[in-house]
Design a protein around this ligand. Sequence first.
Ligand code: F0G
Length: 427
Amino acid sequence: MDVSLKCIECGRSFEPGVLYRCSACNGLLDVVPDLDSLRGIVSRDLFDSRLGSTKAPYNSGIWRFRELIHPLVSDRDIVSRPEGNTSLYFHRRVDEYAGIKNLRLKHEGENPTGSFKDRGMSPGVSEARRLGMEVTACASTGNTSASLAAYSSLAGLSSVVFIPEGNIAFGKLSQALAYGARVLQVEGNFDDAMALVQESASELGLYLLNSVNPWRVEGQKSIMFELVQQLGWESPDWVVVPAGNLGNTSAFGKAFLELEELDLIDSIPKIASVQASGADPFFRQWRDGVDVLEAVGEPETIATAIRIGNPVSWRKALRSIRSSGGVVDEVTDQEIMDAKAVIDSSGIGCEPASAASLAGVRKLRDAGVVDRKDSVVCIVTGNILKDPEATVDYHLDRLGDLGISPSYANRPVSIKADLNSVREAIK
Ligand code: F0G
């Protein structure tokens, strides 16, 4: 089966190999599957027949769609835990908060290392194996590093992660250390770490697994493949996603174009990409209608996962927003933490960045962009245990310095060790 890498700017094509950008113009690369030859092969029935399989690799919510993710990799090289098969939740409290009648949360925090990153890392590390690479690398606000470390160790490869010193959530740092990555704490922010890892990869022969690597994007398409399959191959009106380095936004638009081209869906959902207001270069670009993204120099948000000022994949993400008829918005840290408290207290739970999607849909509904009767799916990107500090600080009202006051605080109560005190406390 024919697959090539194609520059999204100058259109040059390349054989798949150790290559992340166009050698002529430095543009990002797309994986271009041969959809014509796939037309007679892939179908809703084929993918449905693999649902519920207990056999590798089809027990994975990525590899079930293997022909559309990575047709070159052999069974022997596939590295899978397995990932995907994440739940769709609905809860009245969440619907009421957003003002939407039909809202679902797709919980990517249910992946093996607790975030959607496993969706891209499984094919990415499989590709590293196929190419015979020995050391993988990424820059990360935390989740990518946890995922890279786990999948690399599983594959018997070494990994090096570049993280902004002092600026990643504890759960994520502990995972990277525990899974055995070489952890480099870079003086600077994520954008500095991202620049350094790209230079290091080319100079030191590390296999780069940030979302500039086009196989990461291919894997993350499976979130949308699985979603429409869960909905009986019906598209929702909107898919709302938290946005940082813009890998997911890029992947979702590509997924829908391919599904439509293969007649697997009848319509393309609108994609709403939501940034934190202190780290919002993509929102600004969209709002101002300018052709080139201008970086935010000092990104700031409590949602450390999306504290990114210079997102690598903005061109691909813009293409997704345009081809889906979608929008870009931003939400404040207050809105993020309140939306998180609503998701958490519904028994579902997520890390701060993940709640940008629910906060965003509430704002878009207030603005009349999303209608109360629209069917909406919010992507919840990471597990609640990734950043317990932010959760506890919110409920104990310790975020005043950041201008956040907890609208849904659930304060613990200290009591004496006697029954009367219990009676008083739970009255
Ligand atoms: N939500 C979570 C929990 C994340 O970890 C990230 C990105 C995003 C949303 C944003 O997704 O980059 O596809 O727009 N985390 C990266 C990391 C940057 O290093 O873990 P995006």
